[in-house]
Design a protein around this ligand. Structure first.
Ligand SMILES: *Cc1c(COP(=O)(O)O)cnc(C)c1O
Length: 377
């Protein structure tokens, strides 16, 4: 049996006619950039997350930058982000020429550890970027308390967490502003690059809209610095169709995750992802860790498991193989190996199993059998 890590073709086939017709409309109307398909999608995406404003962008990375830029983050400011995230979270900070401050994740939920966040705050700290990693919301109440206490901003990178919930509330509106990605492999994926920013703040929404389009308040009137961070019409049309199915697809991801749990729950050699009691996890990724005290041995075992799965037709991923503080581009920050032990352990011994809405119970059974077979050897 072949189990790919992700199968975008299956989903495309299920909506081929509908999405094809909407793309054709964009071509017929030559609404290539922004326009009605994008504004319709913006309204629906905002509504789906119970947030007042949505601004469609050219990518999640650009959204990360827009949020911090519009909030006035500038050189001399420090911005806290998790060491355990995709690198695009960091670009939002570096593009504002602010200082990146990394903080380790919590060993249970792999999101920002609030206690370590508080310890990293200095008089120059201006913002915290909480990432809802793998589809599980970060501990927003604790982070908001810390942000309020120190009078700093809290924002969300929700690139992996469309429709996820925290204490019964959708992510995206749990902070002053949030950024989403519609990279094709994300829970809601465009047919190219796209992203969105959500905020309940009218003035901030206005500033983000201006910066998205060359800083203009109206055509040729450039009131502030900006850039070209607009969403394409075709992406808006595709996302508009796909958004209607997102609840169903999210259920499919959650079903797949609980099937893995059911089948792998008694494998002592691995640690399954924890689901916090007060959240709705949307399982962008299903990341497990190999247990054991010796880090070199854990990594060796993990690599062997990945190879064994590969030989048996099962693709897997590493999220993330090299933590941010060990990247060459961030050498200048002066961090060293050992600074973020939880993140480092995850990099050494974590492995992501295939998970997408269309994954069948049969495929999950096969993957689980192969995992058990590996540890029985
Ligand atoms: C995918 C991702 C991004 C970037 O989104 P793009 O649309 O690919 O630019 C940002 N942050 C996180 C956590 C992501 O997973």
């Amino acid at each position: 049996m072949q189990v790919p890590f992700l199968d975008l073709k299956l989903q495309y086939k299920s909506i081929k006619e509908e999405v094809g017709a909407e793309i054709q409309k964009v071509l017929d109307n030559t609404a290539y950039i922004l326009g009605k398909p994008v504004s319709d999608f913006e309204n629906n995406f905002a509504e789906a997350h119970n947030v007042k404003h949505c601004v469609g962008t050219s990518s999640g990375t650009d959204g990360n930058h827009l949020v911090l830029w519009a909030l006035g983050i500038k050189p001399g400011n420090e911005v806290i982000i998790p060491a355990n995230t995709f690198i695009a979270t960091a670009w939002g900070v570096t593009l504002c020429s602010a200082k990146l401050v990394l903080v380790d994740c919590h060993p249970d939920n792999y999101n920002l550890d609030p206690e370590k966040v508080e310890a990293a705050i200095t008089p120059n700290t201006k913002a915290i970027v909480a990432v809802h990693l793998y589809g599980q919301p970060a501990e927003m109440n604790k982070l908001q308390e810390i942000a309020d206490k120190h009078n700093i901003l809290l924002v969300e990178d929700a690139a992996q967490a469309h429709l996820a919930e925290y204490n019964g509330k959708k992510v995206g509106g749990l902070s002053v502003a949030s950024s989403f990605s519609f990279y094709p492999g994300k829970n809601l994926g465009a047919y190219g690059e796209a992203g969105a920013v959500l905020t309940n703040d009218d003035q901030l929404a206005q500033m983000i809209k201006m910066k998205r389009e060359h800083g203009q308040s109206k055509k040729y009137y450039h009131d502030t610095f900006g850039h070209n961070y607009r969403m394409e019409g075709i992406q808006g049309a595709v996302l508009g169709v796909k958004l209607k199915y997102l609840d169903k697809w999210t259920d499919g991801r959650r079903r797949a995750a609980s099937k893995y749990r059911e089948l792998l729950g008694d494998v002592n050699e691995i640690k399954l992802p924890a689901e916090m009691p007060n959240v709705k996890h949307v399982y962008h990724l299903f990341v497990i860790q190999l247990n054991g005290n010796d880090s070199a041995k854990r990594q060796e075992r993990r690599d062997a498991l990945q190879q064994f799965l590969n030989e048996n037709g099962v693709a897997s991923g590493l999220h993330y193989a090299i933590p941010l503080h060990e990247q060459k581009c961030f050498e200048y920050l002066g961090y060293k190996k050992g600074d973020f032990p939880v993140t480092e352990q995850l990099a050494e011994s974590g492995i992501s199993f295939p998970l997408y809405p269309e994954l069948t119970d049969e495929q999950i059974g096969y993957v689980s059998d192969k995992v058990k077979e590996f540890f029985a050897k």
